[in-house]
Every structure is written in C-alpha cells, then in structure tokens.
Design a protein around this ligand. Structure first.
Ligand SMILES: [Fe+2]
Length: 167
C-alpha cells in the first residue's frame, strides 16, 4: 500500500487490498504450528473481509469496479510465501512493525473522502487499529488478545453481513 493522492484510485486499491488480505491471512494460517496462531490468522482473515464489505457500497457509489474476489484471492495467496517461514512471535513482531505504517494511509483516505463515505471508511480504518491492538496484546502473551478481533468482527459483521466465506 502507498499513500494515494486520488480518492477513487486509493479507495479501489485499499478495497482490493482487504479482499486479497482475507486470502493472505487464511493461507498464512496453514503455516503456523504454535497454539492459537492459526485461529488468530483466520480471525484476521475475517477482519479483512468485513472491512472490505463495509467499503464495498462506496465502490458503486463512486463508479468503481474492483477485480473479482477470485482474482484478488490469487493475489493475496501470492504474498503468503514471504512470511510462511516465520515463527508466530516473529510474525507478531512483523505485524507490530508493519501495520502501524498503514494507519496514516487509511487516515489519508478519510481526509480525501466525501462526507457520505466517512462512516464506512472509519470502519475500514478501525480494522487496522483493531489488528494492531491484537498484536500488541499477543506480543505480551495476553490470553485474551483475540478479543480485539472478535469485537471488531462482531461490530462489523453486525452491520455488514459477510456473504463470501474465507477460504
Ligand atoms: Fe487490512
């Protein structure tokens, strides 16, 4: 992801990144043996999917057509190999290094958006914040770290029912 300067291009790009992210996390889940790691990655996949569904209505409103879920799933799975050799603690450390870098990008998208798009974009931004909070708690061994992901999924899926199951 990069900081975008055009609202519509950036919206489309970030939506597609979330759909791809679902398959990325779901694929990554198959590579960790540590207790709870796979479950947490499956939750992260659901977080990605719901963040995408929250913003999907904005695409039509802005005249944008994303690539198909199937194409994006292939793209997402293509990123798995980069991280599949990590241990779970290494991957958590990676999340804590990488995910905060995305926050200004989502905030930048909000700053370019028309007011009517902001409620959905705040749900998009919040998904990254929830993932960061999860990683912070996971890093220190909090046994309830996944509460952050469950809470996001509950709130998001309550508003945006997810019709496409994670692979
Ligand atoms: Fe994401």
């Amino acid at each position: 992801m990069a900081i975008g300067t055009d609202y519509k291009d950036t919206l489309l790009n970030y939506f597609e990144e979330e759909v791809a992210g679902e398959s990325y996390f779901a694929g990554l889940a198959e590579h960790f043996d540590e207790p709870g790691a796979a479950e947490n990655l499956v939750l992260l996949a659901r977080v990605e999917r719901c963040a995408a569904e929250a913003t999907r209505p904005l695409l039509a409103r802005n005249g944008l057509t994303p690539r198909t879920d199937e194409e994006l799933a292939i793209a997402g799975r293509g990123h798995v190999a980069r991280h599949e050799k990590k241990t779970w603690p290494e991957y958590v450390a990676y999340m804590l290094k990488q995910f905060p870098l995305y926050m200004p990008m989502f905030e930048n998208l909000e700053s370019m958006a028309p007011a009517e798009d902001l409620p959905a974009l705040k749900i998009l931004t919040e998904h990254e914040a929830a993932a960061i909070r999860f990683a912070e708690r996971e890093k220190v061994g909090d046994p309830d770290a996944s509460d952050e992901l469950h809470a996001y999924i509950k709130a998001c899926e309550g508003q945006f029912p997810v019709l496409v199951a994670a692979e």
